[in-house]
Design a protein around this ligand. Structure first.
Ligand code: KIV
Ligand code: ZN
Length: 518
């Protein structure tokens, strides 16, 4: 880990692969997690929370594999205050050059009463016991007081003291429910650091959820109160309204170094790439006006702003787009571009595809170049994200014909590949999208409900590709799929099928009688 001159260092702890992945519908495959972890490591993230090893064998395997491959970052795993969790976590992170066990327990009265049914003294004993157990396995132990911001300060002081005494090297005081305000959060850290006798033996950490839209402000306030580790996620992915966004934290520290005089190891040039990768693998679109990484974050529409920008970019820009890795939109390639150039372009955009996926993406790029006058970087990104979302095992859209217009009813004729067999069905619906989705359900009957349908144009012009996101919910599980095509209905069908495959609904089609279409 490098330090930035004589500046006080703030450590960046990324929890995209743990708290971020807990976001409904955001689950990632092992391959995807490895890709994200590699990029986080390359960009200088100090600590990567790679998962929750006891949660499943898949989670254990991903923490272990990320630990094995880590270069610079510390690799952390999460564990409840339970021996089995801690031991399993220790097993997974011991493969890292530098591993960390992150264990937590609730401390607020409401959690103690309703969730844990334990007294304050019982929880204190649990903290001493479980932190000591973790510390016997590894030197780097983080302890978190879940719901710290709703815990009376006197009791919070006692828990922190006990955790440090038992061997915790980092103390995290999360705003688990996103309830705190900046002044309150800063004061909490200042008070704890003043009142806990052994506070100087640990690094303090912030962890803020965004329920009131205050996660980044609270995190920076916590640092003003003495914390020196910030827990955050790419694109602010996370439970409910999400966690503090890493890109916003990093750029606030860098842009306002007069107010935040801290060193930070994250290289901002990777931020755009990281945002795109996480959006693609989690299937969570980034809102257009999202700070730092939104499509419009550096766009200037009004005449007055454009005039100022032409004279001097600093009139309306406080950061340079190139500092966060945004390149000017470029007309990239056309139908004469070869496979090699296409592969180089993908690398420049931050994608590395396996041979099969590359072949298929190249075929689709050629097809797109035939249909669309100008192919931009954004087109290639949408196409590759669609490929990541729709490739692999599962049902596939083969052909779609839609009859739409004022005459009604709208009709879709769809052919899909199901386990190597082609099946075709017709359906009518209330509009062409409804007809298309009904045709999918006629081929693959299932009980999922559609909870999100979102379309956006990737670039300008009537020949632009449409990028569609579809979210399905079934049996308490949620999955999102993305599809891109110059034909909005084909993109819609691909997105729906991608989400369906993620939920593994295809299996249900082998016993269609048992399920009803929603
Ligand atoms: O929000 C929270 O309290 C957490 C803990 C597990 C650290 O995510
Ligand atoms: Zn959290």
């Amino acid at each position: 880990m490098t330090t930035t001159g004589s500046k006080d260092q703030v450590l960046i702890f990324d929890t995209t692969l743990r708290d971020g992945e807990q976001s409904p519908g955001a689950s990632m495959t092992l391959e995807e997690k490895l890709q994200v972890a590699e990029l986080l490591d390359d960009m200088g993230v100090d600590i990567i929370e790679a998962g929750f090893p006891i949660a499943s064998n898949g989670d254990f395997e991903s923490v272990r594999e990320i630990a094995k491959r880590s270069k610079r970052s510390v690799i952390a795993g999460l564990a409840r205050a339970i021996h089995a969790d801690i031991d399993r976590c220790g097993e997974a992170v011991r493969f890292a050059e530098r591993g960390r066990i992150h264990t937590f327990v609730s401390t607020s009265p409401i959690h103690l009463k309703y969730q844990m049914n334990k007294t304050e003294d019982e929880v204190l004993a649990i903290i001493s016991d479980t932190v000591a157990r973790a510390r016997n396995l590894i030197d780097d132990v983080e302890w978190s007081a879940m719901d710290a911001t709703r815990t009376p300060i006197e009791y919070l002081c006692r828990t922190v003291e006990a955790a440090i005494k038992a061997g915790a090297t980092t103390i995290n005081l999360p705003d688990t429910v996103g309830y705190s305000t900046p002044d309150e959060y800063r004061d909490m850290f200042a008070q704890i650091r003043n009142r806990v006798p052994n506070a100087d033996k640990a690094i303090f950490s912030v962890h803020c959820h965004n329920d009131l839209g205050l996660a980044v402000a609270n995190s920076l306030a916590g640092v003003a109160g003495g914390a020196r580790q910030i827990e955050c996620t790419i694109n602010g992915l996370g439970e409910r309204a999400g966690n503090a966004a890493l890109e916003e934290i990093v750029m606030a520290i860098r842009t306002r170094s007069d107010i935040y005089p801290y060193g930070c190891n994250v290289e901002p040039k990777f931020l755009t790439r990281a945002s795109k990768l996480v959006s693609a693998v989690s299937n969570f679109p980034v809102q257009y006006n999202k700070a730092i990484v939104g499509k419009n974050a550096f766009a200037h529409e009004s005449g007055i702003h454009q005039d100022g920008m032409l004279k001097n970019a600093e009139t309306y820009e406080i950061m340079r787009p190139e500092d966060v890795g945004v390149k000017a939109t470029s007309l990239v390639m056309g139908k004469h571009s070869g496979r090699h150039a296409f592969k180089d372009k993908l690398k420049e955009l931050g994608y590395e595809l396996g041979d099969n996926a590359l072949q298929e993406a190249f075929r689709r790029f050629k097809d797109l170049a035939d249909r669309k006058k100008n192919v931009y970087d954004e087109d290639i990104e949408a196409l590759v994200e669609d490929e990541i979302s729709t490739s692999g095992e599962g049902a596939k859209v083969i052909a779609l014909t839609v009859i739409a217009g004022t005459g009604g009813p709208q009709k879709a004729i769809l052919t899909m590949d199901i386990n190597g067999r082609h099946e075709t069905r017709e359906a009518t619906g209330d509009g062409p999208v409804d007809a298309t989705f009904k045709a999918i359900r006629a081929i693959c009957p299932h009980n999922a409900t559609l909870s999100l349908y979102q379309v956006h144009a990737v670039t300008e012009g009537t020949d632009a590709q449409a990028e569609v996101s579809v979210r399905l919910e079934a049996n308490g599980r949620i999955a999102t799929g993305k599809g891109a095509d110059t034909d909005t209905l084909v993109a819609s069908a691909r997105a729906y099928v991608a989400a369906m495959n993620r939920l593994n609904l295809r299996q249900q089609s082998s016993n269609p009688g048992a399920l009803k279409a929603s």
